[in-house]
Design a protein around this ligand. Structure first.
Ligand SMILES: [Zn+2]
Ligand SMILES: [Zn+2]
Ligand SMILES: [Zn+2]
Length: 659
């Protein structure tokens, strides 16, 4: 930065009043193109290079600088254009710099000429000599400043009535620096900072737009990011062979995307239990859509994402497409799918994975039950707690006999609630009714944690989302893998805890050996049978969860055996090591493809990728809802949509197609 400032060492001459600088011999084209922020010399550097800056009369704020007035932060933008000969990458960067100068000097300006090749800006105050012009450098979009006359001549009234224009596009440049380091920069904070730093009051809406524009400057436009998808899919498959990265399109518009990294596929097939939680969540970029995910568990119930999808909606068609791809990577292996009861999921899972392999998330069932309860006229808060407890007993009963007993209790409590249970497919969620082994996984909580984990990425453009997600995914996998070193035994801490609890509960159980490896155990109430050779207990816990139940633990203690020998291998450290044994190569972006004429991409190897447009956002079926004619006395503020600029709805309700 020092070097940059020094290049303008001769500037004080240029700035002397009345002299219109016409020198254009500053060879800084390289710098303007090379540096990350050629238009942002740091205030220190420019002060060092030119200590007189603050003394020059260049607007209201600086004229007050030597009184008790605190200089505004925007003073640094005073130097956004350094002088005649300063070059800019393109017309837009030049316009940004002009805007920053107006922010710093608090004046309004107008363009007399505003074309990519010829710019002429002057102060809006009549007869004020402030003027900057710039011309395109021969055959290039680079602009070089020509005229640089930056002294104002204002009377008091000009200052009084001057008000800086708020432009979301230009202002975004101002917000950008903060946004880069603080992506969660809130619009409210932007309002405060703008007032403090630049003396400009923004509405919340304006601040929100500033942030969106800054986001676009940092991450690229949401629209353009779709163009890179075909290339990205190709590269993902190329750098990590075995990766499935596919998309579909309709008439050149993006439709669906599926990604399963080779590392995840390998880890899942090598060692994860065949249970997958699937879920969806909304994407909040301008093209919206939904993120679908399939999440597995590692050997100690750590989150192990297997596949990710981006689709337009969450209808049957999209779910079917996603699940069909998912099935494709499982190579015939049978899996249990856990999900909520979304119609699109119900149908596609039963078609692709078999209805008997579909477990419904019990938490969702419980929520539905709870809202059904609220619609009944049952008095008292205690009543609801009791009802939910009865439902838990029904859901977690392992044996039919226990299920029936719990169900009878609910019948006696309230017949309508019991009928609700019977009518809401308990065979898909109650433990005793769901016959397949699902390792005691009852909910989709792990998939929801995944969604929450991706909260920040869900606001990004599709390209940034995938790139950010990949880094984050690898970081998590790495943490899990390293965590294995800290395991105190052959199983992880979560398994250890479950096992410990079963052992504690085994204390009062008495054991009587029978013949052929079978045992009769007495719980204090009933007799059960444990078969140590078949790994079975009457209570079914051992068979269904893979962990010895308290009854089995009691037998193991009597036999003085090692409890870890009776744990399913899927929980053991050797399995965990298999799950995390793959390689995951990072994706370099030094060789990004070039965008060609028709929107197609071409990479360094000469591969050409088809052009891909953003998804077509469909109108909802049916007639658009008529706007209510408001009373002329109504002072209600009109709702404004920041997505489509329409009136009468906000961005979360917006379904309008984008251009
Ligand atoms: Zn002026
Ligand atoms: Zn048991
Ligand atoms: Zn809208």
């Amino acid at each position: 930065m020092m070097a940059f400032g020094n290049m303008f060492g001769g500037r004080s001459k240029v700035e002397s009043p009345g002299v219109e600088a016409i020198e254009a011999n500053i060879p800084n084209t390289q710098l303007a193109l090379g540096g990350p922020h050629p238009t942002f010399p740091s205030s220190n550097a420019s002060c060092d290079a030119n200590p007189n800056t603050m003394m020059l009369s260049r607007g209201f704020a600086s004229r007050c600088a030597d009184s008790e007035y605190t200089p505004l932060e925007s003073n640094r933008f005073r130097e956004a254009i350094l002088g005649s000969g300063h070059t800019f990458k393109n017309a837009d960067e030049f316009r940004n710099a002009i805007y920053q100068m107006s922010l710093a000097g608090r004046f309004q300006y107008k363009y007399n000429k505003n074309s990519p090749t010829h710019m002429s800006v002057k102060c809006s105050v009549e007869d004020c000599p402030w003027k900057i012009t710039a011309h395109a450098v021969e055959g290039n979009e680079i602009l070089r400043v020509y005229t640089y006359q930056v002294n104002h001549n204002h009377i008091a009234q000009d200052e009084c009535s001057s008000k800086v224009r708020v432009s979301s596009k230009r202002g975004a440049v101002v917000v950008e620096d903060v946004f880069r380091t603080t992506p969660e920069y809130l619009p409210r904070q932007i309002c405060k900072d703008f007032e403090r730093d630049h003396g400009v009051q923004l509405t919340y809406n304006q601040a929100w737009h500033l942030k969106e524009k800054a986001k676009e400057r940092v991450y690229g436009s949401p629209r353009a990011s779709y163009a890179y998808l075909p290339w990205l899919c190709h590269r993902l498959r190329e750098i990590n062979p075995g990766t499935i990265a596919e998309y579909t399109s309709h008439e050149g518009h993006f439709k669906q995307l599926f990604i399963a990294h080779a590392f995840s596929i390998q880890g899942f097939t090598m060692g994860c239990r065949p249970v997958l939680a699937i879920d969806s969540c909304h994407l909040s970029g301008p093209y919206k859509g939904a993120l679908l995910s399939a999440i597995a568990y590692d050997a100690d119930d750590g989150m192990f994402p297997l596949a990710l999808g981006v689709v337009g909606s969450e209808n049957y068609e999209d779910w079917y497409w996603f699940l069909e791809k998912l099935k494709g990577i499982l190579d015939g292996q049978e899996v249990i799918i856990i999900s909520d009861r979304h119609q699109g999921i119900l149908r596609s899972v039963s078609e692709l994975f078999g209805v008997e392999n579909h477990a419904y998330c019990y938490r969702h069932v419980k929520e539905n039950f709870s809202s059904f309860f609220n619609r009944q006229n049952i008095r008292g808060k205690k009543g609801k707690e009791d009802a939910l407890l009865l439902l838990d007993n029904i859901a977690y009963a392992r044996l039919d006999i226990d299920y029936n007993e719990a169900f009878e209790k609910l019948v006696r409590f309230n017949g309508d609630l019991a009928r609700w249970v019977a009518e809401n497919s308990p065979e898909h969620w109650a433990m005793s009714k769901f016959l397949k082994k699902r390792w005691d996984k009852m909910t989709t909580n792990i998939a929801e944690s995944f969604n929450a984990w991706l909260r920040e990425e869900r606001h990004q453009t599709i390209y940034t989302l995938l790139m950010m997600h990949m880094d984050k995914l690898v970081a998590m996998l790495d943490t899990h893998m390293r965590g294995t070193d800290k395991w105190k035994s052959v199983v992880g801490p979560k398994t250890e805890e479950n096992l410990m609890s079963n052992i504690t509960r085994s204390a009062p159980i008495t054991v009587m050996p029978y013949l052929g490896g079978t045992f009769k155990v007495f719980t204090g109430e009933v007799y059960l049978v444990v078969d140590m050779q078949q790994h079975k207990c009457t209570c079914l816990t051992w068979q269904m969860s893979g962990l010895p139940c308290p009854h089995v633990c009691a037998v193991i203690r009597t036999l003085r055996h090692d409890v870890y020998d009776y744990i399913d291998p899927c929980f053991k450290v050797s399995t965990q090591q298999l799950i995390y044994s793959g390689q995951f190569q990072p994706l370099p972006t030094h060789n990004m493809p070039k965008v060609c004429e028709a929107g197609t991409l071409q990479d360094g190897q000469g591969n050409v990728f088809p052009s891909l447009q953003p998804p077509q956002v469909r109108r909802p079926p049916g007639r658009p809802r008529q706007k209510r004619i408001e009373s002329q006395f109504s002072h209600k503020r009109a709702i404004h949509c920041s997505r489509c600029n329409g009136i009468g709805h906000n961005r979360s309700k917006c379904n309008n197609p984008l251009p």
